[in-house]
Design a binder for this molecule. Structure first.
Ligand code: NAP
Ligand code: ZN
Length: 353
């Protein structure tokens, strides 16, 4: 066991502050990584503030962070795919059993034996739960280690590990390609990745935003059209026209008005996980044989496929690089929808702590 520097919350109402945490010494299948950058996902904030208590209560101290890019510093004796010095990524999972049918089919995120990057029971008992990427170092099973295309900027590539895969996976599942019309609801971390990826897949992309200040950016990021979600006339003009709508919003909001915009047989996929529930009007789904689905990150192979896709298309997040000491202020800005469009923490800043 060794000590790693980290930033942690100690209760749902505490700010995050510096703390030393234990990390296990590398086992034969482990890769030890010096963390260079870690993206700031809204799920970090939901977890730190215990907003998902009913589904997954937060155990404190909580060290969030699951958009990790770093350099390999040690490999176990069974590791042949990675060597010291390699630049790698780790997303929302750090281990899985790999033998169950769910893992075999590439859906590790749904295996009961998968260990998530933070707030997940630590099967090695280094600590009660796993500690995530707001830290200078991490040790993960080699199955969870991904290759980051070498030419991508590392601070901007980190958010691909969650925001990238969470939007890529449902767009791919819905066969988004040239000729499809896709709506992206919410232009935050996930939303802006959804815009870039859907555009690269060839779709006609429409952004729905509550923020007039993001209209120009949405076009720059790749949207063909932008709609202010409180403008009833603009919404009505698009009624019944979308093949797919990807909803990335982090707070409760009206879903029915978006279902009404789907064409016959269209799909709306929810990836945002608001703290509070939202009512669905059955008529909005029934009229037009529409489907409403959810999607949760992606398996390891699909995450690598997404990284390779982003490498080919030179897609990264638009990031504002921050020091870890700015994290509490960053959370406040995220709650006000004022992130353009992902914070990425430069972990070198932890050395000052
Ligand atoms: P984010 O950067 O904070 O973006 C959320 C966006 O939602 C905001 O920028 C804002 O966009 C919009 N929004 C916020 N409050 C709203 C409200 N009250 N009404 C309407 N729109 C509102 O968050 P994120 O990191 O992209 O994460 C988004 C959600 O996805 C979170 O709930 C997160 O936990 C979840 N998530 C899910 C998965 C998964 O596997 N399913 C993975 C990662 C994250 P505008 O300013 O454009 O309106
Ligand atoms: Zn995330």
């Amino acid at each position: 066991m060794y000590k790693s520097k980290a930033f942690a919350a100690t209760s749902p109402t505490s700010v995050l502050s510096g703390m030393e945490i234990p990390r296990r010494d590398s086992l034969p299948d482990d890769v030890q990584i010096k963390i260079l950058f870690c993206g700031v996902c809204h799920s970090d904030l939901h977890t730190v503030r215990d907003e998902w208590h009913a589904m997954m209560p937060t155990i404190y101290p909580c060290v969030p962070g699951h958009e990790i890019v770093g350099r390999v510093t040690q490999v176990g004796s069974n590791v042949s795919k990675f060597k010291v010095g390699d630049i790698v990524g780790v997303g929302c999972m750090v281990d899985c059993d790999s033998k169950c049918p769910t893992c075999q089919e590439g859906f590790e995120q749904f295996s009961p034996d998968t260990t998530f990057t933070y707030n997940s029971p630590d099967k090695y008992e280094t600590a009660p739960v796993t500690y995530g990427g707001y830290s200078d170092s991490i040790v993960v099973n080699q199955r969870a280690v991904l290759r980051v295309p070498a030419h991508l900027d590392l601070a901007a590539a980190a958010p691909l590990l969650c925001a990238g895969i969470t939007t890529y996976s449902p767009l791919k599942r819905n066969h988004i390609s040239v000729g499809k019309k896709v709506g992206i609801v919410g232009l935050g971390g996930l939303g802006h990745m959804g815009v870039k990826i859907a555009r690269a897949m060839g779709a006609h992309v429409v952004v729905f935003t509550t923020s007039p200040s993001k209209i120009e950016d949405a076009i720059r990021l790749g949207a063909h059209e932008v709609i202010l979600s409180n403008d009833a006339n603009q919404l009505a003009a698009h009624a019944g026209s979308f093949d797919m709508i990807l909803d990335t919003v982090s707070a409760a909001h009206d879903l029915n008005m978006y279902l009404d915009l789907l064409r016959r047989g269209g799909n709306m996929t929810l990836v945002g996980v608001p703290e509070h529930q939202t009512p669905i009007n059955a008529f909005s789904l029934i009229y037009g044989n529409k489907t409403l689905s959810g999607s949760m990150i992606g398996g390891f192979a699909e995450t690598q496929e997404m990284l390779d896709f982003c490498g080919q298309h030179s897609i990264t997040a638009d990031v504002e690089v921050i020091a870890i000491q700015q994290i509490n202020e960053a959370y406040d800005r995220m709650l006000q929808s004022q992130v353009k469009y992902r914070f990425s923490i430069d972990m070198a800043s932890l050395e000052a702590n």
